[in-house]
Design a protein around this ligand. Structure first.
Ligand SMILES: [Ca+2]
Ligand SMILES: [Ca+2]
Ligand SMILES: [Ca+2]
Ligand SMILES: [Ca+2]
Length: 478
C-alpha cells in the first residue's frame, strides 16, 4: 500500500497513543522501530543494492528458475526491471525454525519506486503466507515471520504492488530496486520471547525480556510461539518499568500479526489460526485488566492497555476451534509513552463532567502545519469527561479513540463533539464497538473558537477492570 512517510519520531509516538488500528496509527510503530528495530540476527549495516543486472527475459521469473539464496542475515539485491515481473527465490528450510523474511525498498538511498509484495510457498508450490506491508507499518516494505513445519525447499516471490493488486497497471524499471533477506530468528536473543512449555499457568509464566536497545521510555520485544493443542495457553510475565519522566501509566502495546495465507489486503503472516483471547492480568492471574478476542470477524489485532509500572502476566489463548496444521502466533511488543492523563482521578467522577469544568488539552505540533490534542481518560459507569480544544478558521475536526478494541473493559464509550452551548455538532457523535475503530471524520464546526470532546461511559465488561480510553482530536483544514 502507498503510505505517507513518517516525518519524525515525535510524530510517530504522538499518533501512536491514539490507540486505534489503521489511519494515522500505522505511523506509530514505524517510529518506535527506529529505537528498537526487531532485526534479529541481521548484521546492522546491510548495504543497499547498488547496480544490479536487469532480470529481464531469462531471469528468475518462475518456480523452475528460482534463484537459490542462503538463509542468513545477508540480503540479496534485486530489481523489478520490467513491468509485471515477479522474482522467484528459493531457500532450504529446517522444520522448527522461525524464519524472518523481509524486503527493503522504501529505506534504500535513493528510495526505490518499488512497493514490494512478498509471497512464501512450500516445496509443493502451495502458498503459505503473503505480505504487502509489514505490520505495524512504517512504509511499504514487506515482512513475513513464519514457523517452518517441514524441512525442504521453500520459495519466496517479490513483486511490485502494481502486479499483485487487481486493477492496477503493472509498473517496473531500473528504479524498482529492493533487497530481500531470509534470516533465521535467533530464539535465544534478548527480546525474542520463544514460547516454551510448560507455560500454561501463572506459576509457570515465562519471563519476557525486551530488546537491549533504547531507554526505558521505548522498549520492544517479539513473542513467538505455537499451540500444541487446542487448549494450549501461553503465559508470559512482564514488567512495565517506570517512565523516565515519572508519568503514572504507560502504553503497553501487543500487536498480533495477521494470520492466514491470502488476506485481501495482502497481510497474512501464515498462521493457520487467529488468536483467541489475549489478556493482561495481575501477577496472580486473578484480576484481568485488559482483554481482546482476536478470533471474530473484524476483530481487533492490538491489545494496548494503559498500565502503571509494575509486574503483569500476558495470557495468549487458542480460539475455540480445532487445531490447524500450523497454528502459531507472532506478537510484537512495544512499550510507549502514554497520552497525557486526564486530571480527574481514575475511579472518580464530577471533576470535569460539564463544559464549564472541561479540562483544556494542550495542542501538540505534528509537523507540516498539523496539530493534535491527546488524552488518556478513565471512565467508570456514570462518569462524563469534557475536554476543550481550539479550532481555527476553516478547520474541520476528526477524532480517534481506542477503548474496547484496545482491551479496555470500558464498553459502548460515547464520544461527541460539542460547541460552547453543549450542542452536538452535526454528525459529531459515535459509540464505540468491538467490531470497528471509533472515529469521527472531518466534522464541521461553527467556526473559530473553543470546542469540546465529551466522553461518556455506558458500561463495563464483566471481569475486566481496565476503564481507559485514549483519544486524539485533529483539527485540520480539509
Ligand atoms: Ca508493500
Ligand atoms: Ca503452553
Ligand atoms: Ca474520567
Ligand atoms: Ca469526569
Amino acid at each position: 500500500m502507498r503510505r505517507r512517510s513518517v516525518p519524525s519520531l515525535v510524530l510517530g509516538l504522538t499518533l501512536a497513543v491514539a490507540g486505534c488500528d489503521g489511519g494515522t496509527n500505522q505511523q506509530v510503530d514505524a517510529a518506535v522501530q527506529e529505537d528498537a528495530p526487531p532485526q534479529f540476527d541481521r548484521t546492522p549495516g546491510d548495504a543497499p543494492p547498488g547496480d544490479v543486472l536487469p532480470d529481464g527475459a531469462g531471469g528468475n521469473h518462475s518456480f523452475e528458475t528460482a534463484e537459490a539464496i542462503a538463509v542468513s542475515s545477508t540480503s540479496t539485491p534485486g530489481v523489478i526491471s520490467a513491468p509485471g515481473n515477479v522474482d522467484y527465490y528459493k531457500f532450504e528450510g529446517t522444520a522448527g525454525d522461525w524464519i524472518h523474511i523481509h524486503t527493503e525498498a522504501a529505506t534504500l538511498i535513493p528510495a526505490s519506486s518499488c512497493d514490494t509484495v512478498i509471497t512464501l510457498y512450500d516445496q509443493a508450490q502451495v502458498k503459505l503466507a503473503n505480505d504487502d506491508d509489514a505490520r505495524p507499518a512504517l512504509n511499504n516494505d514487506s515482512e513475513i515471520i513464519y514457523l517452518l513445519k517441514a524441512t525442504g525447499t521453500y520459495y519466496v516471490t517479490v513483486q511490485d504492488l502494481t502486479s499483485w493488486k487487481v486493477g492496477q497497471v503493472p509498473a517496473g524499471g531500473s528504479t524498482y530496486k529492493y533487497s530481500l533477506t531470509v534470516a533465521r530468528i535467533d530464539v535465544n536473543k534478548q527480546g525474542v520471547v520463544h514460547d516454551t512449555e510448560p507455560n500454561d499457568t501463572a506459576a509457570q509464566a515465562q519471563a519476557m525480556t525486551y530488546y537491549p536497545a533504547g531507554s526505558t521510555d521505548s522498549r520492544a520485544a517479539l513473542i513467538i510461539g505455537a499451540f500444541e493443542t487446542q487448549d494450549d495457553v501461553a503465559v508470559f510475565a512482564f514488567n512495565v518499568p517506570e517512565h523516565d519522566g515519572g508519568v503514572a501509566e504507560r502504553n503497553m502495546s501487543f500487536d498480533l500479526m495477521p494470520w492466514g495465507n491470502d488476506a485481501v489486503d495482502g497481510n497474512a503472516y501464515g498462521s493457520t489460526t487467529p488468536l483467541g483471547e489475549v489478556s493482561v492480568t495481575d501477577p496472580t492471574g486473578a484480576t484481568t485488566i485488559a482483554r481482546i478476542d482476536n478470533a471474530p470477524t473484524d476483530a481487533t489485532t492490538k491489545l494496548a492497555p494503559a498500565l502503571a509500572p509494575g509486574d503483569y502476566l500476558l495470557w495468549v489463548k487458542h480460539p475455540a476451534t480445532a487445531l490447524g496444521s500450523n497454528d502459531f502466533f507472532v506478537i510484537k511488543v512495544q512499550l510507549r509513552t502514554e497520552n497525557p492523563p486526564e486530571a480527574e482521578a481514575p475511579g472518580a467522577t464530577g471533576a470535569n463532567d460539564t463544559p464549564g469544568t472541561a479540562e483544556a488539552l494542550a495542542p501538540l505540533d505534528l509537523g507540516s502545519g498539523r496539530r493534535g490534542y491527546f488524552v488518556l481518560a478513565h471512565l467508570i459507569p456514570a462518569d462524563v469527561d469534557y475536554f476543550s480544544f481550539s479550532v481555527n478558521a476553516g478547520e474541520r475536526v476528526s477524532v480517534s479513540c481506542g477503548a474496547a478494541r484496545s482491551g479496555s473493559g470500558l464498553r459502548w464509550l460515547e464520544a461527541s463533539l460539542r460547541n460552547a452551548s453543549d450542542a452536538v455538532l452535526s454528525g459529531g457523535t459515535v459509540t464505540d464497538a468491538l467490531s470497528q475503530d471509533l472515529r469521527l471524520s472531518d466534522i464541521t464546526t461553527g467556526g473559530t473558537g473553543t470546542y469540546y470532546l465529551r466522553l461518556q461511559s455506558s458500561g463495563q465488561a464483566s471481569g475486566v477492570t481496565g476503564d481507559f480510553a485514549r483519544c486524539a482530536v485533529y483539527p485540520a483544514v480539509p
